[in-house]
Design a protein around this ligand. Structure first.
Ligand code: TYM
Length: 420
């Protein structure tokens, strides 16, 4: 998207019904909410500004050190590199882990397309790692109801997308004994305790408040207006009686990109009024669109995204054709001035997926000095992503309908080596 277009998109979003007023009002340069991520800066979203506005806390070295001390494991590269950059109440979760008190993980996906993209992998890969480190139950919400309400999708289609996306999620290697994946359309009707929590949340939040938080307008359907109560409810342990019985005192930790934070600010506000603990959060930055860091990779823009269903050829073509380059306009200029890693999309993608710190640093130095050319940098990325996508496709083939059903059946889960 040209710079001009992006500027006007930022301005347009600020006056549309869906632009979250309270989230974006005093910012001239960026819009970040659950539906839109757009900034005028080619370096991407200003995350320090977001932390200030959202009122979360930056993940600092002290937290990383404590994480390592308490868990005995070095922090994941997504934490070390500041890709997970913001948190709420993470120290409280570590306190519980130290005291051997229970907590659980909660994350989710809005199934808007049959295939997930590379950006969606970030919270799920990280969640899998957290599950391994902490050995706790995990619940994954598939908000097919949300996508039915927001998109031009039939209810049955949205449910089908839930199953497709669940297969992608299972293929990432989550532990079946510790993971419950649920479709809102299926689970909520079968679980009175979940519904009770939904209406409790609904009673605590006024239309005026959701307008402020999410920017809903008078012409939005009432399904959208009550939807935040549905995304809030899995934060409470008694929404899952098959896992936690009627215990309502077990807090959760939610890993997600920061676009989902408005839901959980609302949840944290109502939790104490309902006698529940507030959910803790770990927020990530956005995996950028191929065209540049002014927008996030989004399933609704196929050209901005590399999907988990892409062929090796598609991965190669998309990166070569669309990945915005921070290199010089000619080889001579590049050799002389070097490339700019801060805006180069291929380099940015490597920070998410190349785990080898030394190699990443070497690439940074060689590209910045002009020794490495854009084509060489892209080639390195293409190799990594082609392998990742092809490996994923192989694993997904092993996810049968039976396995899917097992993950999606309400049942006891194991944690700390025991049944719940
Ligand atoms: P959805 O489907 O938009 O996104 C699923 C998860 O992926 C994150 N995400 C990204 N992360 C990095 N870079 C990107 N480009 C990118 N795009 C999306 C999202 O932040 C999210 O963590 N309403 C939610 C579904 C949901 C949920 C939750 C998400 C229900 N409960 C609890 C997180 C936590 C949705 O539509 O997500």
């Amino acid at each position: 998207m040209a710079e001009q277009d992006l500027s006007s998109k930022v301005d347009d979003l600020k006056v549309t019904e869906n632009a979250a007023e309270a989230v974006n009002d005093d910012d001239d340069d960026q819009v970040v909410d659950p539906w839109n991520v757009v900034t005028k800066s080619d370096k991407g979203v200003d995350y320090d500004k977001l932390i200030k506005r959202f009122g979360s806390t930056k993940i600092d070295q002290a937290l990383l050190d404590r994480f390592e001390k308490v868990t005995g494991k070095p922090p994941h590269h997504l934490l070390k590199r500041g890709i997970f950059f913001s948190q709420r109440d993470m120290h409280q979760i570590l306190n519980r882990y130290e005291a051997k008190k229970p907590f659980f993980l909660y994350t989710g996906r809005g199934p808007s397309s049959g295939s997930m993209h590379m950006g969606h992998l970030i919270p799920f890969m990280f969640t899998k790692w957290l599950q391994e480190i902490f050995d706790v139950p995990l619940v994954i919400q598939l908000t097919d109801d949300e996508k039915f309400l927001w998109k031009d999708l039939k209810a049955e289609q949205a449910l089908k997308l839930s199953y497709e996306n669940a297969k992608d999620i299972i293929a990432l290697g989550f532990d079946k004994d510790k993971t419950f994946i649920f479709s809102d359309m299926e689970y909520i009707g079968s679980c009175p305790a979940f519904y009770r929590n939904m209406i409790k949340v609904q009673k605590c939040v006024t239309f005026n408040q959701v307008k402020g938080i999410f920017g809903f307008g008078d012409s939005d359907c009432i399904g959208k207006i009550s939807f935040p109560s549905i995304q809030a409810s899995p934060s409470f342990s008694n929404s899952f009686p098959h896992i936690f019985g009627d215990r309502k005192d077990i807090p959760c930790l939610i890993p997600c990109a920061i676009d989902q934070d408005p839901y959980f600010r609302m949840t944290r506000d109502v939790a104490p009024r309902l006698g529940y603990p507030k959910p803790a959060l770990l927020h990530s930055t956005f995996f950028p669109a191929l065209q540049g860091a002014q927008t996030k990779m989004s399933a609704s823009d196929a050209n901005s995204s590399i999907f988990l269903t892409d062929t090796p050829k598609q991965v190669k073509t998309k990166i070569n054709k669309y990945a915005f380059s921070g290199g010089g306009t000619s080889v001579e200029e590049h050799r002389e001035k070097g490339g700019n890693c801060d805006i180069d999309i291929a380099y940015q993608y490597l920070t998410f997926f190349l785990e080898d710190d030394e190699r990443l640093q070497q690439i940074r130095e060689e590209y910045s000095s002009g020794k490495m050319l854009t084509g060489e940098l892209k080639k390195e990325l293409i190799g990594i992503l082609q392998k990742l996508v092809a490996d994923h496709q192989e694993k997904r083939k092993t996810v049968t309908d039976e396995l899917l059903k097992e993950f999606m059946t309400p049942r006891k889960l194991k944690w700390g080596g025991k049944d719940s």
